[in-house]
Design a protein around this ligand. Structure first.
Ligand code: NZQ
Ligand code: ZN
Length: 386
């Protein structure tokens, strides 16, 4: 196993009715800005629960954070934070709202000229406004990690940032807050969490049975619970709770320590969202089968382990078992109603050319964290997905 430091200070407050406990976790004299998205929290009662729980607190609000949150929108919130001297941000929503709020927290204290440099130049952050989260969509793990992804509308760039000072102080995870999710977002959540695990697991062996078996447990849980939640006519608390906790555990740092991480599927997927607005999870479901196929020889040891322990594939040659695991992976996404070909989303060679040019302009030595995917490999992976 590789050396590592592990640090995760996020307090998780999990379960039915837990939003009512908000008061305990925010200083009584805080000047709070609650941040949210396009209005789902006003329809499903989560907004009302938060407002009731914060009775007596000094609360202002900023709504309208879009999916794949825009830098341009978030900078409007930064102005409010500065002018109103806000000292606590409470994000209520899915990954986009939480990521956007992390950016607001950082940009509000940023002393440099252009806050876009936070993702574009990965500038180390010195300070940030404290933040907490009320999660309404199980998917990204943003509620328990220190990263975010934002999009600059003007240039169609989607870039990530992270900092040890951007962990939420706490996150409230009430599975009932996700009962109102449309099927598309249940599917997206299960698929995104699935690929988060894969990015930290399906690389090269370093003799890490703890991380591997945690990862396999999360993958099997998502395979079992995802389709059940997707199919059910009325939400089942336990299914939603299990998906929620699996998604949080998939990207809170735990399974990624001491092992080789990849993140190439995400790096390529972000470009598909940047150019075409395709849902984040859908981009991953498009790219991943191509990536697995392209790396089937180099990553064969982990692919065979994945085939056996996650999909129970034990018959056939190595090549056949790997091929079957890739088919099963793509079928899992399709089972959740996700279309996994670029053509299904009206994306063709022109976009591949734009993405590859962009990677070349950025002079990326490889895509993701490992040297086994160069720019030309990314091109082949995308062509395979046409
Ligand atoms: O905006 P509202 O009206 O709230 O509607 C949202 C949005 O339309 C809706 N929604 C959320 N909770 C709901 C609900 N609708 C009904 N009932 C509820 N309870 O769902 C839609 C999608 O929300 P969004 O937050 O965009 O989805 P998600 O959580 O999948 O987040 C996606 C973003 O997170 C980034 C992605 O790149 C993307 O920008 N990621 C963040 C990561 C991180 N911070 O660690 C890692 C991920 O890999 C990912 O990159
Ligand atoms: Zn993701």
């Amino acid at each position: 196993m590789n050396n590592f430091d592990f640090y995760n200070p996020v307090k998780i407050i999990f379960g039915k009715g837990k939003i009512a406990e908000l008061k305990k976790h925010i200083p009584t004299d805080a000047k709070i800005l609650i941040t949210f998205g396009g209005g789902s929290i006003k329809k499903n009662g989560v907004y009302d629960q938060v407002i009731a729980a914060l009775d007596g607190f000094n609360v202002q609000e900023f709504g309208g954070i879009e999916s794949n949150p825009h830098f341009e929108t978030l900078m409007k919130a930064v102005e409010i934070v500065k002018s109103e001297k806000i000292d606590f941000l409470l994000a209520i929503g899915g990954g986009s709202v939480i990521d956007g709020t992390k950016f607001i927290a950082a940009a509000s204290c940023y002393k440099g000229e252009d806050p876009w440099d936070i993702p574009a130049k990965h500038v180390p952050l010195e300070s940030a406004i404290n933040l907490g989260a009320v999660l309404t969509l199980a998917a990204t793990g943003s509620e328990m990690n220190n990263g975010g992804v934002i999009t600059k509308l003007a240039t169609k760039e989607k870039l990530s940032f992270s900092s040890p000072i951007l962990f939420p102080k706490f996150s409230i995870l009430d599975p009932e807050s996700t009962f109102s999710l449309p099927k598309r977002q249940i599917a997206n959540g299960a698929a995104d969490a699935f690929v988060h695990v894969i990015e930290q697991y399906l690389t090269y062996p370093v003799n890490s049975p703890v991380q591997d078996r945690f990862s396999e447990g999360l993958l099997v849980t998502l395979i079992e619970e995802g389709p059940k939640a997707y199919d059910s006519k009325t939400p089942n608390y336990d299914e939603y709770a299990n998906i929620m906790w699996a998604a949080t555990m998939a990207l809170n740092g735990l399974i990624g320590v001491g092992v080789q991480n990849d993140w190439a599927t995400h790096t390529i997927g972000h470009e598909l969202t940047a150019f075409h607005g395709i849902d984040h999870a859908v981009t991953l479901a498009i790219v991943l089968p191509g990536l697995m196929t392209h790396l089937k020889d180099k990553r064969s040891v982990k692919l065979l382990q994945y085939a056996e322990r996650v999909w129970h594939i034990t018959e056939g040659s190595d090549e056949e078992r790997i091929a079957m695991a890739i088919v099963k992976t793509e079928s899992f996404f399709n089972r959740l109603g996700i279309k996994t070909r670029l053509g299904d989303h009206h994306v063709g060679q022109k976009t591949i050319d734009r993405i590859i040019k962009r990677f070349k302009d950025r002079q990326l030595p490889h895509i993701g964290m490992l040297p086994d995917i160069k720019i030309e490999d990314a091109e082949k992976i995308l062509i395979d997905r046409l």
